[in-house]
Design a protein around this ligand. Structure first.
Ligand SMILES: Cc1cc2nc3c(=O)[nH]c(=O)nc-3n(C[C@H](O)[C@H](O)[C@H](O)COP(=O)(O)OP(=O)(O)OC[C@H]3O[C@@H](n4cnc5c(N)ncnc54)[C@H](O)[C@@H]3O)c2cc1C
Length: 386
């Protein structure tokens, strides 16, 4: 690290990604300045992940709710033998302290490779600037949209009990018509005495409206005898899934990291565990003087991103029965194949194999043409804004 800079690392944005980078940089002995308009605000969304994705340095006490074998309903019911977790936001943040950092409450207006200026005129010079400002607006990009309703666990028990979880529920219970874009239910106990029931749409350009997603969630709950009072808290998601990794030639620019830097999984809408797991790769590169973007985005990692984008495009054009058939095929793949798609940052061979096998086992045969985009390529483009 050069000592002509004020600090070694300036982290812009203190979402889970920025917090992890600042924390790991401090743990490695680097000096850190972090900038966020509201650095003390607790993050909004409920974060989940597969437990084996979490980095070793993160204490397991951050897990608020554990589901040993989450359930998928495609054409048939599958129990996935891979533990899954909902994270506690306060404990996650507490596990990544940044006490040694200088924290600036402000909005970065200029973010360059070695310089950050805030809107109110403060300047930070750093050997490396990490851009963890999250995702830009969705506009008409392929999106993750979800509407989640938090239901008391005792009222939810007949549908999702303690220690259970529905990762993807594609059953015909959401009231969507055959000519409407598909969505599935995600439902897990979050560890505070409630279960979140979240109807989710992945891959539609511009996403699906909250009104439609709520209607579908309420229908799902009603199908299982759960009526709402209307006072239940809710959460909303609407963000783009196609935020690309930084280009290879990235010199003298800030290093985008986390959801901003290509770590948003195009097919699942998850980025937190991957960002946490890659924080040390970034910090190691900064310490050794390696090109961090090259270290993070190897050829295999870029290939994985490219293939997942093909998967996202496929997801965004299927009907509900086709989605069910495709997930039926995918969830009969090997554990390695499933993890290659869902989790691994750079298992290009595993991912290529599972994608080919998923298409090859999707039935009836002609639906494969939709999946790969030879037919009905833009099926929902006009109606995505339901
Ligand atoms: C309802 C919902 C549920 C979700 N569930 C999951 C899940 O289960 N698992 C998962 O992995 N992901 C989930 N996601 C996606 C998740 O939100 C993102 O993966 C995650 O927040 C990305 O973290 P991040 O730190 O990269 O960006 P963000 O969380 O968006 O944080 C960006 C930070 O940058 C700050 N910032 C922005 N602009 C500036 C600026 N100009 N100057 C300084 N600071 C700035 C913001 O204030 C913010 O603190 C969910 C999202 C939603 C909405």
């Amino acid at each position: 690290m050069t000592n002509t800079n004020e600090v070694d690392v300036c982290v812009v944005g203190l979402g889970p990604t920025g917090q992890a980078v600042a924390h790991r940089a401090l743990s490695a002995g680097l000096t850190v300045t972090a900038i966020d308009p509201r650095p003390d605000r607790l993050w909004g969304p409920t974060y989940s992940c597969w437990i084996d994705e979490l980095p070793g340095w993160l204490p397991r006490r951050v897990i608020a709710s554990r589901i040993d074998k989450p359930t998928v309903h495609a054409n048939a019911e599958h129990r996935i033998d891979r533990p899954y977790a909902v994270l506690s936001k306060p404990l996650l943040r507490a596990a990544m302290p940044i006490d040694g950092a200088t924290v600036i409450a402000g909005r970065a207006a200029r973010v360059e490779g070695h310089l950050v200026e805030t809107a109110d005129g403060r300047t930070v010079r750093a050997a490396a600037v990490i851009d963890a400002r999250g995702l830009p607006p969705t506009q008409n990009r392929p999106a993750a949209s979800a509407h989640g309703i938090f239901v008391d666990a005792d009222r939810a028990a007949g549908f999702v009990g303690a220690g259970e979880g529905l990762l993807l529920d594609w059953r015909d219970e959401n009231g969507a018509g055959p000519d409407e874009p598909p969505s599935f239910l995600y439902a897990v106990p979050i560890g505070d005495g409630t279960v979140i029931f979240e109807e989710t749409s992945l891959g539609l350009h511009g996403g699906m409206s909250q009104k439609e997603l709520r209607r579908r969630t309420v229908n799902r709950l009603a199908a299982h005898g759960i009526a709402l009072t209307g006072d239940e808290p809710s959460e909303a998601a609407h963000y783009p899934l196609d935020q690309a990794p930084p280009r290879r030639r990235h010199r003298n620019q800030p290093i985008p990291f986390g959801s901003r830097g290509g770590m948003m999984h195009p097919c699942t809408g998850y980025s937190v565990a991957d960002s946490l797991a890659l924080a040390d790769t970034l910090i190691d590169a900064l310490q050794t003087g390696d090109d961090a973007v090259r270290k993070l985005w190897t050829t295999n990692a870029r290939l994985v991103y490219w293939m997942r984008m093909r998967g996202l495009n496929g997801l965004g054009r299927l009907t509900t029965p086709q989605s069910r058939a495709m997930f039926e095929s995918f969830f009969t793949a090997s554990p390695r194949g499933q993890a290659a798609l869902l989790s691994q940052h750079d298992d290009a061979i595993g991912l290529a194999a599972v994608l080919v096998s998923t298409v090859a086992h999707t039935w009836p045969f002609h639906w494969r043409f939709d999946l790969v985009g030879w037919t009905n390529r833009h099926r929902w483009d006009q109606s995505a804004r339901l």
